[in-house]
Design a protein around this ligand. Structure first.
Ligand code: 5GP
Ligand code: ZN
Length: 111
């Protein structure tokens, strides 16, 4: 999906600050952080949102959650962090490639 921003980040065509990677997922810092720590955890494969991913590949969906926990631990917020996934434009999804927001380290704005 060459018109998908997060597919382009996976392909290395758009730069991102990557903090963790596996064969099937990538984690990078949100460009407009809503909290002191704000990392996005995405599957490398394109799925429109987390619900679509969970339906198509539940093992990969679970992998993203365990990797999100590893990101939180590595970022020093393992004792308390928030996981957010917007499913659909009505609640504010703006990038239609599945992603988990890992948030913490202080005040969380507007998610
Ligand atoms: P959504 O609103 O779809 O749940 O979240 C999309 C997130 O992607 C937003 O928090 C936004 O700041 C982030 N974002 C949008 N464009 C870019 C980009 O080019 N690079 C990075 N690292 N994050 C982005
Ligand atoms: Zn995509």
């Amino acid at each position: 999906m060459s018109d998908c921003l997060f597919c382009r980040i996976v392909a290395g065509e758009v730069p991102a600050t990557v903090v963790r990677e596996s064969e099937t997922m990538l984690a990078f810092r949100d460009i407009t952080p809503k909290a002191p720590i704000h990392v996005l955890v995405i599957p490398k494969a394109h799925h429109e949102n987390i619900a679509a991913l969970a339906a198509a590949d539940p093992v990969l969906a679970a992998h993203l959650i365990t990797e999100a926990a590893e990101v939180a631990r590595a970022e020093g917020i393992g004792d308390g962090w928030r996981l957010v996934a917007n499913n659909g434009a009505p609640v504010g999804q703006t990038v239609f490639h599945a992603h988990l927001h890992v948030l913490g380290g202080g005040r969380i704005e507007g998610l």
